[in-house]
Design a protein around this ligand. Structure first.
Ligand SMILES: Cc1cc2nc3c(=O)[nH]c(=O)nc-3n(C[C@H](O)[C@H](O)[C@H](O)COP(=O)(O)O)c2cc1C
Length: 355
């Protein structure tokens, strides 16, 4: 994709390099996955990424913990830290710590539908209460001072009646960017999406809005901006299904295989993932790479389920290498300035970051 094909909106105070963003996804967008996506989508195509949410309960999250969320490698694009919580004091201190850890922007999660979030009145539980959203955003924005805070909401809790109120609450609280996932909490992750809700949110506020929900291709992301008036567009599951989504480039089988091999290499090098965990994360991606349609085309053959049955990481990776012709990690794909550090350097730097 040529640079400037879809120019980044000139938005004062936001750190993004292009109008397309990678969504925060718990259990997916930890540093290893993010770095592989960043290495394959340059700053003209992918404007920024977010960590999976860090849960704030009743104590501020330590700087070292937040630094681990950011990961050791640096790219031209910013990595925002997403926080989720409803304890005002703990949230304010965690915002300060997130900036101290190096985040250029802090995002607040008002969309998580998990039972734990609902029980503790965080995440999507707050979609019933615009005043609470405003209070929490204001508390975070006050703690941030001149640095940007953003908010990410769903279109509503059970329905979309409060959408404009929620959008205005985030703006009045001081959010510099509002991301709207166009499904309500009740709608979960169903395939049908209603982008008119994104247009409604964008029309309701003066701050830039980032549309989100259902984009599967680069063309979808561009259309989302065009049809809704959103300044930014964000992809979540579309990036799981195709990590090259932002560049719009079709990966070869060897590149697709190299992505998975390098992913496993990074997960192993950084620790915290046993062999079963590594196999699980790789299969999580394979699960999205449906036969014939995932990156690299039909190298999985017709029996995708057979791939998902393999438990042993070594066996799975060997099978991927044979099927795709990938021989080593895909680090060589990234231009040198963006290349993630070697696994060994990464491991060393992670442990010092966590100290
Ligand atoms: C596995 C998974 C984990 C997610 N975790 C988060 C999260 O940590 N924070 C958040 O704001 N949204 C989270 N989401 C929601 C996504 O950020 C995004 O809003 C949603 O997937 C809709 O976009 P999409 O249709 O492009 O996937 C998650 C979604 C998925 C599929």
């Amino acid at each position: 994709m040529t640079s400037g094909a879809t120019p980044a909106p000139a938005v004062a105070g936001l750190p993004f390099t292009a109008p397309y963003l990678l969504a925060p996804m718990e259990g997916v967008t930890e540093p290893c996955f993010r770095e592989l996506v960043l290495a394959r989508n340059g700053p003209d195509d992918l404007g920024g990424v977010f960590t999976e949410f860090a849960r704030v309960v009743d104590h501020p999250l330590p700087v070292a913990h937040l630094r681990r969320h950011l990961g050791p490698a640096r790219f031209p694009q910013p990595v925002g830290i997403q926080l989720m919580g409803s304890d005002l004091d703990a949230l304010a201190r965690s915002v300060e710590h997130a900036f101290a850890a190096g985040a250029p922007i802090v995002d607040l999660n008002f969309g998580c539908p998990a039972k734990g979030a609902l029980r503790t009145c965080a995440g999507s539980a707050l979609l019933r209460d615009p005043a609470a959203v405003e209070r929490l955003v204001r508390c975070a924005a006050d703690a941030a001072g001149a640095r940007p805070v953003s908010a990410k909401i769903r279109a509503g809790y059970d329905d979309d009646r409060l959408l404009e109120d929620l959008a205005r609450a985030a703006e009045q609280g001081g959010a510099r960017l509002l991301t709207v996932h166009c499904r309500t909490r009740r709608e979960g992750y169903r395939p049908e999406v209603d982008w008119t809700r994104l247009a409604r949110a964008a029309a309701a506020v003066g701050i830039p809005v980032c549309g989100n929900g259902g984009a599967r291709t680069r063309a979808d992301l561009e259309r989302m901006r065009r049809e809704t008036g959103c300044a930014f567009a964000m992809a979540g599951q579309g990036a799981l299904a195709d990590p090259w989504i932002f560049s719009g480039r079709a990966a070869s089988p060897a590149e697709a295989g190299a992505f998975l091999l390098e992913y496993a290499e990074l997960l192993r090098a950084r620790g915290g993932f046993g062999e079963r965990g590594v196999a699980g994360r790789v299969k999580q991606l394979l699960n999205h790479w449906t036969a014939g349609r995932g990156p690299g085309g039909g190298w999985m053959g017709r029996d995708r389920k057979a791939w998902l049955r393999v438990r042993d990481a070594g066996e799975l990776l060997g099978r991927i290498a044979r099927a795709t012709g990938a021989r080593r990690s895909g680090a060589a794909e990234a231009p040198p300035a963006q290349r993630a550090p070697s696994a060994a350097a990464t491991a060393a730097s992670t442990s010092s970051a966590g100290a």
